[in-house]
Design a protein around this ligand. Sequence first.
Ligand SMILES: Nc1ncnc2c1ncn2[C@@H]1O[C@H](COP(=O)(O)OP(=O)(O)O)[C@@H](O)[C@H]1O
Ligand SMILES: [Mg+2]
Length: 329
Amino acid sequence: MNCLISLVLYKFYINYKNVLTMAETEPTKTYTREYEKDAQKKHEKPELPTLNDYAVHRVHQDHPNVFYGTLKSTGLEVVVKGATPIKFRNYEAEDVGKICLCYEHATQDRLDHGNILAPLELYYQDDNFYLILPKVGKSDLNPDNRAIRLLPDSVKLTLLAQIANALAYCHKNEVVHLDVKGKNIRVENKKAILIDFGAARRLGETHELMDGLHVSTPDIVAPEHFFSHTITPSADVFSLSCLAYKLMTGKEPFMYDDNLEVLIYRKPSHNKEAVEKYKAGESIRRGMSINRRERPGMKEFEEMLKEEAARWNPLPSEQPSEPSPVLVQ
Ligand SMILES: Nc1ncnc2c1ncn2[C@@H]1O[C@H](COP(=O)(O)OP(=O)(O)O)[C@@H](O)[C@H]1O
Ligand SMILES: [Mg+2]
């Protein structure tokens, strides 16, 4: 078992910076998405897809599978997400990528919530699938982004509460997002919108391929999901708590030591003092428990965030000195 964990960690360490990890349930293996390997090798931008109904203008700077464009008939701004080949068992990598994109669309399309992005369509052309989404938000809810850092506490807490509400809705509908992080949340006009259901799973269903395929980004994945592929709604509580902690304190919730994931979990840097000015601080810390049974439920977490947001109506001293693009009144 130790040997297995070491192998995973070694591979994880090598790939840590840019790579999504995927693993089969038995035995545990780490994969690199094919397109990322290729993009790294060639250091070149992928070609823009030519679609009949959409004009595609440019590629996302960090995501070679994500493009910006417009719907030709109306000029509506859209984001086009292409399938990415994934090596998995003895399936064709191209086929796995397509199945994942179809699964992502089907999962996201069944959800109807004001803080969850509704896809426009799954577009099919020349034997390829493209997930078409309306372009939303002024920026990601990335705590490292200056405009986000400068938001008043009450706004940050309100945005987090909106996402908690969206996730509680997902959980009620047997969907676990599994990739809750700032880069998968878009923000505009004090409204947060949850995007990217690429790692999400529908509970209570069996799926020949998706049940064996585990996708996670290493940033703030719940330990039980990363190490033993346990999928419960509480994984989203863990990730959202990590985001809340970073957003409210400006500090990383877990200490990085050589970027080895196991050490991140062993050495949490979060402490009482960092969040004690917030009443919800205790819930945020509990949400980051390594043992998932010690975490609060998503609804309870949302209530705490809402109460806290009300307590922190922005004081003049908290207002950012320059207007924030995500805080249009
Ligand atoms: N509908 C959208 N509106 C605006 N930006 C988006 C939208 N969808 C994706 N993006 C941007 O593209 C990035 C990658 O998209 P995402 O769906 O998260 O793909 P991936 O599965 O590769 O992470 C997001 O972090 C965000 O910056
Ligand atoms: Mg994403």
